[in-house]
Unconditional design. Structure first.
Length: 368
């Protein structure tokens, strides 16, 4: 069974039939610099001039222009895909990009969008004490969901009353803690399901976290990682951003390793796997791919051919002619492969620059 470790992209799948050409932009939109808006616009202007030299249409570029002015207020990276008919994707991301680019190509460059989503899986942060917890579900490209759980029962504090009543106070406190832990576990589980969280970060009181671990269902428990943090009186996040970022990055890296290991296993069994451009192209054309694994290197000059049917692709123009496809066009290899994968309902997992797959291209298949 293939673990579901790729980002959903139904919005991108809806665009595979949209006619090109497209402008695809990854632009750094730094906020912590003087005159940020002006300097980011200058950066875009340089890209824009280069696109015009490539033959980009003024109508498509004019749609991108107003998106740059205040982009630094919403994140450190702006991603845009547009054609003459409109802007089809715009998103803002908190980290600076590994590399900027601006392309005028027959196909949109969806790889950068998928990679950003892959690097930013949804997670739930739970900061608990014995009276309850503050929770926030973080999902990029959508608003965070913040809530709390627990009843703040004063009995949740053990009181050293002394005498015959001491045991009664202790039992009341233990019961209150258990009640709060159950409530926090229920809310945590709902949030995990709501945002399809890949990680649950727990911080706070040691005893409260122990009880919470015992209450969450197994499917949630396997997502749990503890980080340092304390519940704040004002409900502010009680964990260090650096710790959160490190744990998210660790999960992303492990997910990529898991997918490569799964592909390696299938290749070793000569079963549900293929590697290299030729075999992957053939599998995509047969709608056989369950998950495409691909490295989208900006310096990769390889191309492939495609027609109006995005699921029919070839390494050479003659490949499509043999299939009766007329008017074949040439596009960047990664763009052609990703478009075909989305068109056939396949998932896409972007490989990092050290991803160990032959030619930077492979696929886990639906059937042998």
């Amino acid at each position: 069974m293939t673990p579901k470790l790729w980002p959903d992209a139904p919005d991108l799948a809806e665009l595979v039939g949209e006619p090109g050409p497209f402008v695809s932009v990854v632009l750094a939109t730094e906020a912590e610099i003087d005159n940020a808006s002006h300097r980011n616009q200058l950066r875009w202007r340089g890209m824009r001039d280069a696109l015009l030299e490539q033959g980009a249409g003024e109508d498509a570029l004019a749609l991108v222009d107003p998106l740059v002015d205040d982009a630094h207020l919403q994140g450190q990276t702006l991603l845009v895909v547009a054609n003459a008919r409109g802007v089809h994707h715009r998103s803002h991301w908190s980290k600076l990009p590994f590399r900027e680019f601006a392309r005028w190509e027959p196909l949109p460059s969806f790889g950068a969008i998928i990679e950003r989503r892959q690097e930013a899986p949804a997670y739930v942060l739970v900061v608990a004490d014995r009276s309850g917890a503050d929770l926030v579900a973080v999902r990029h490209e959508a608003a965070d969901i913040a809530t709390d759980a627990g009843d703040q029962d004063p009995a949740a504090r053990k009181v050293n009353a002394g005498g015959w009543s001491q045991r009664r106070y202790q039992e009341r406190a233990e019961n209150a803690w258990e009640h709060n832990a159950k409530d926090v576990a229920e809310v945590t589980t709902r949030l995990v399901q709501l945002v399809d969280a890949r990680l649950v970060l727990l911080a706070g009181d040691v005893r409260a976290l122990q009880m919470l671990r015992e209450e969450v269902p197994p499917g949630v428990a396997e997502l749990v990682v503890e980080v340092d943090g304390t519940r704040a009186a004002d409900g502010a996040p009680g964990a260090e951003p650096g710790d959160i970022e490190a744990q998210v990055a660790a999960v992303v890296a492990q997910d990529s390793r898991t997918m490569v290991e799964k592909l390696t296993e299938e290749l070793g069994q000569d079963d549900r796997g293929c590697a290299g451009v030729s075999d992957t192209v053939a599998a995509l054309t047969a709608a056989q791919v369950q998950v495409l694994l691909v490295r989208d290197d900006p310096d990769d000059r390889r191309t492939a051919w495609f027609g109006s049917d995005p699921s029919v692709i070839g390494e050479r123009p003659g490949d499509l002619a043999d299939l009766g496809v007329e008017g074949a066009q040439e596009g960047r290899l990664a763009d052609v492969l990703i478009r075909a994968a989305l068109a056939t309902g396949a998932g896409v997992r972007m490989l990092d620059r050290d991803g160990d797959v032959a030619g930077g291209v492979g696929a886990i298949l639906r059937w042998s």
